[in-house]
Design a protein around this ligand. Structure first.
Ligand code: SAM
Length: 206
């Protein structure tokens, strides 16, 4: 174990969230650094994002992309006028694409625990000419959103980062209107990690 880094099992949920906040805030400032996960526009294209879908979007919306899959195959299901709540909106790429889908009569609320991410995504969206997006610093485990108020909850790679997945699911259930829908992309473990694979704080980010 590295000096000063603690085993994951010793960390509280709040301490893990702080690790996550620090890590993704670092990504915004240094997107070209090598992390344990991929970052950026080329990564998005490799996952299946289409050049024609991202065309015209400012670089700033793509350079901090850290999602785990492309929503594009399901994008036709979002309808103009719908309200979408995006958990862990990060650098704002999906936020912008979703905003284009729901149009001016709809809206996308992007929430993230990293202020640095929001400070990148908000001006990026403005630069892209997208006005129907609202960004807010918040936890997916404590949504500052009225019950039964959104048509969709989406996320691209946040469940694996939280040690309180049930709380997030309960919040999603609370804020969705009756008949509302959920679209979450996630990575899953195919086996339990060994002790050696989860020795220190960095092992939370695989
Ligand atoms: C893997 S990144 C994905 C970002 C974005 N969805 C994308 O596709 O580029 C996860 C994002 O969720 C945020 N995040 C992680 N856990 C969170 C939580 N519990 N509540 C709110 N945001 C969270 C991180 O700060 C980070 O920006």
């Amino acid at each position: 174990m590295e000096m000063g880094r603690r085993p994951i099992g010793e960390l509280s949920a709040a301490e893990i969230r702080e690790l996550v906040r620090e890590k993704y805030s670092e990504v915004v400032l240094h997107p070209a650094t090598k992390y344990r996960f991929r970052v950026g526009h080329q990564y998005a294209l490799d996952l299946g994002y289409q050049q024609n879908e991202t065309k015209g979007l400012p670089k700033v919306l793509m350079e901090s992309f850290t999602g785990v899959s492309s929503y594009l195959a399901r994008f036709q299901e979002f309808q103009p006028g719908e309200t979408v709540l995006e958990l862990g909106s990060g650098g704002g790429l999906d936020t912008a694409l979703l905003a284009r889908k729901v149009g001016c009569s709809g809206k996308v609320i992007g929430l993230d625990l990293s202020l640095a991410m929001l400070q990148r995504a908000a001006p990026g969206s403005k630069q892209a000419g997208i006005s129907q997006v609202y960004f807010n610093q918040a936890l997916a485990e404590e949504l500052p959103v009225a019950s039964g108020s959104v048509d969709w909850v989406v996320s691209n790679g946040i469940f694996n980062l939280s040690s309180e997945k049930e709380r997030i699911l309960e919040e999603i259930h609370r804020v969705l209107r009756p008949g509302g829908r959920v679209l979450c992309s996630e990575i899953v473990l195919q086996r339990q990690p060994t002790i050696e694979e989860r020795l220190n704080e960095d092992d939370w980010f695989k």
